[in-house]
Design a protein around this ligand. Structure first.
Ligand code: CU1
Length: 129
């Protein structure tokens, strides 16, 4: 009659046996390899990003060439907007919930001050040259 210890060794051997790959099998894919296979796409030319987080626009001042598409992405836990200070509003995102984005292509040089209509102390600027 086998002891408990004997059963344990048999079980351990079975687990190890299941984990042994056949000699001709491809190597297992490590999590690092999976990450390397799917990198973030590079930011396309003529594009720039403003991150909204912790009640701030980052960068607070963004300088871009004419023709740049600027995308605001709300990474905060609460809704925000990106809204031009002056009318007519070049920047007018409406309410952006968490992870929502708004994009605008700046076709005219100038300085575009904006703020968050929900939290007016949040301000930012896009300088288009
Ligand atoms: Cu806000």
């Amino acid at each position: 009659m086998r002891t408990l210890r004997g059963y344990f060794i048999l079980a351990a051997a079975a687990i190890v046996g299941c984990g042994t790959a056949p000699a001709n099998a491809p190597p297992p894919i490590s999590p690092v390899a999976v990450l390397d296979a799917a990198p973030d796409p590079p930011e396309k030319p003529g594009a720039a990003k403003v991150v909204i987080d912790n009640f701030t626009f980052d960068p607070p001042t963004l300088t871009v060439p004419v023709g740049t598409e600027v995308t605001w992405v709300n990474q905060d836990d609460v809704p925000h907007t990106a809204t031009s200070v002056v009318k007519p509003r070049a920047i007018d995102s409406g309410t952006l919930d968490t992870d929502q984005t708004y994009s605008h292509v700046f076709t005219t040089a100038g300085e575009y001050d904006y703020f968050c209509a929900v939290h007016p102390h949040m301000t930012g600027k896009v300088v288009v040259k």
